[in-house]
Design a protein around this ligand. Structure first.
Ligand code: GAL
Length: 424
């Protein structure tokens, strides 16, 4: 048989046996778009994949590599435009509202699960609001990540003669100087837009505190965006990037984490998904590595809630699989094991944190404390504070600033204000 004839035969056979039918005893199939591809995050996702399969459903993995999810979002948009969305996709924060407004998400598909599992009681009102559209649950939340962390290799600190973890920006720069003098890369980093803006939002939080951060990235207040403290934040960003490997390029966040794990670098400013890589490398929190709030931000907590949104689909098997995923994801077992692997803390409020390491315990305690006042703020770099257009304006301004060695901090603040105005 000629190759083309063979292909045609395969296609016509395949059309006789659509995917759901091929998996003979499957109760239904669900395709899931996500970006959890690092070794540690993939291990966390295995907990869900395995349980969905054990429940008798077929899991179609649509993993799109790329930290922060920009590449996954591009794939998702293309799929949605062509009328072929997956059953579930990693969509977060205000973006969920945008997808809901387009009429593409499930309308009441998760309400029965939410009711029977008591989601209203298990979730904080902040989180419940994020994953609802028009009064209905349209997404299932997985976790709470803290973004404003600094990860430290204590061996590297010891070699460089640094006595304690930095607690202010000045102490951070002083520690970085010592690491540099000892021949160790002070700060591991990859120049991807979302990584640059993750560090930038940490700095803004350190310089302006949670109220200033809120004015800048939640209220999008022009005075704050273009003001003296924003210029100061850009100046601190410039100083900090001077401590990063000049040959770093756009490496992935987990490659940067690996540099700290191996002791090639001393620190990384990254959210606590970085811990998934430390755990995966069998390193122990408090012994092999240290987690501290990003210097100058203790008492504040930039949160990042991961969630899987469910699309409106006709296939009954897929609808059943969506409910199954939602039920598993907020279940006690999954909330414990997944978050132990992922580095985040449970989104359910009734999980015993004694089963978690000291970084997760600190995170839970700090979140509770910060939530009493203004300390808990949504992460801009991780889609929690603004829509993607405004976030894109910040990313572009920060990238342009970092790549131009002569860029002026005061001018960058003006540019940030203008770029955000244009994106609103
Ligand atoms: C975040 C996401 C995290 C982690 C990180 C790095 O946006 O919420 O779970 O995956 O990106 O890719």
């Amino acid at each position: 048989m000629k190759a083309t004839t063979r292909l045609a035969a395969v296609i016509s056979l395949a059309s006789l046996f659509p995917l759901a039918a091929l998996a003979a005893d499957s109760k239904g199939s669900i395709e899931v778009t996500h970006w959890w591809t690092s070794a540690g995050e993939s291990a966390a996702m295995d907990v869900l994949r395995n349980q969905v399969k054990a429940d008798g459903f077929t899991w179609k993995d649509n993993a799109v590599a790329g930290g922060g999810g920009a590449a996954a979002m591009t794939v998702l948009k293309t799929r949605a435009v062509s009328g072929n969305p997956p059953g579930a996709a990693q969509i977060k924060g205000p973006d969920i509202q945008d997808w809901g407004q387009l009429g593409l998400l499930t309308e009441d598909g998760l309400d029965d699960v939410a009711k029977s599992e008591g989601w209203d009681k298990l979730l904080s009102p902040t989180v419940a609001k994020i994953v609802q559209y028009d009064g209905h649950y349209v997404a299932v939340p997985f976790n709470i990540h803290r973004v404003n962390w600094l990860w430290i290799n204590p061996e590297a600190f010891k070699k460089a003669g640094i006595a304690k973890a930095p607690t202010t920006l000045d102490e951070l720069f002083a520690a970085a100087d010592k690491l540099k003098a000892a021949g160790i890369i002070p700060i591991a980093h990859g120049d991807q837009p979302w990584q640059n803006s993750t560090v930038f939002e940490d700095i803004v939080l350190a310089v302006m505190g949670p109220e200033g951060y809120n004015k800048a990235f939640v209220q999008l207040d022009q005075k704050t965006l273009t003001g003296a403290d924003m210029a100061k934040s850009f100046a601190a960003l410039k100083k900090l990037t001077g401590y990063m490997d000049p040959n770093r390029g756009p490496q992935d966040w987990n490659q940067a984490t690996a540099q700290v794990i191996q002791g090639k670098a001393g620190m990384q400013a990254m959210g606590d998904w970085a811990k998934s890589e430390w755990s995966n490398a069998k390193k122990v929190a408090g012994k092999d590595y240290q987690c501290v709030p990003f210097p100058g931000t203790a008492g504040s907590y930039t949160y990042n809630v991961d969630s899987l949104a469910m699309f409106k689909v006709k296939d009954e098997g897929t609808v059943a699989a969506q409910k199954d995923v939602a039920k598993i994801a907020l279940g006690t077992h999954f909330q414990t094991v997944f978050n132990q692997n992922k580095g985040s803390i449970p989104v359910r409020n009734d999980i015993d944190m004694k089963q978690f390491d000291e970084c997760a315990q600190a995170s839970a305690k700090d979140f509770a404390e910060a939530s009493k006042g203004d300390g808990a703020q949504p992460s801009m770099a991780h889609n929690m504070a603004t829509n993607l257009a405004v976030q894109g304006a910040v990313f572009d301004t920060v990238n342009a600033f970092i790549s131009d060695k002569n860029a002026d901090p005061a001018k960058a603040a003006q540019q940030l204000g203008a770029a955000i105005k244009a994106a609103q």
